[in-house]
Design a protein around this ligand. Structure first.
Ligand code: PGA
Length: 253
């Protein structure tokens, strides 16, 4: 059965000290208030991964990076590879976030190489897909998301694909305060599951966690997470406040 997951994507926020403080706060509230069915994951910036890993030892909270390169090592100034991420203690990596696609040239082909290499090194991949406002208005959003899945993921064999969590994040809803309605999100999640079933099998599709991301807040989390094909969330802004983040996790019940 697929896992329920709420992951926090901190983006380019928090110094080392601030990250340690936020992790400590999240850890404390979760210990006191959650007996969870839901897997909670935090994705701080690279510089905080090692410290975060130590702080999360002995807890059920997972740790992820926000990106990694498709090569293991080499002359790629400023980049971080999957083995490097793994060596920090992180077990997840976000690949193909729309900000990477938009500002750093992450094409479908590059996301495919990144996902493949991360999985080869034993990381689980949170793979992001989603359409822009223009694509939503042009009504090409199903095609766009299908291409992102096909070109980014479907070279993976079944075993590799079992290490993938999909996150549907409509670009027009990220950091904008606009949220996809539960119906719009559910419609796309069901579509994604169908596409996965067509390429792999019904069973694999049923076992794949599909997260929603884009302005998830404590007050809209429960309705979104209540949809049949929404298995959790990828949280940006609201993941930077421990109270809000944990309240969003509680929306998962
Ligand atoms: P947001 O970001 O929650 O701030 O909209 C979500 C994301 O980009 O993962």
């Amino acid at each position: 059965m697929r896992e329920k997951i709420v992951a926090g994507n901190w983006k380019m926020h928090k110094t080392l000290e601030e990250s340690q403080a936020l992790i400590t706060e999240i850890r404390g509230i979760i210990r006191d208030e959650l007996r969870g069915q839901t897997r909670v994951i935090v994705c701080p910036p690279f510089i905080a991964l090692t410290a975060a890993s130590r702080l999360l030892e002995g807890t059920d909270i997972g740790l992820g990076a926000q990106n990694c390169h498709f090569e293991d090592q080499g002359a790629y100034t400023g980049e971080i590879s999957a083995p490097m991420v793994k060596s920090t203690g992180a077990r997840y990596v976000i690949i193909g976030h729309s900000e990477r696609r938009q500002f750093f040239g992450d094409t479908n082909e590059i996301t495919a190489r990144k996902a493949k290499n991360a999985i080869r090194h034993g990381l689980k991949v949170i793979f992001c897909v989603g359409e822009t406002l223009q694509q939503r208005e042009d009504k090409t959003y199903f095609k766009v998301v299908e291409a992102q899945l096909r070109d980014g993921l479907f070279d993976l064999d079944r075993k590799e694909f079992s290490q993938v969590v999909i996150a549907y994040e409509p670009v027009w809803a990220i950091g904008t305060g606009l949220t996809a309605s539960p119906e719009q999100a559910q419609e796309m999640h069901a579509y994604i599951r169908k596409v996965v079933a067509t390429h792999y099998t019904d069973e694999i599709a049923a076992d794949t966690s599909i997260l929603y991301g884009g302005s998830v807040k404590p007050d809209n989390a429960a309705t979104l997470f209540g949809q049949e094909d929404i298995d959790g969330g990828l949280i940006g802004g609201a993941a930077l406040k421990a109270r809000d983040f944990v309240d969003i996790v509680k929306g998962m019940r």
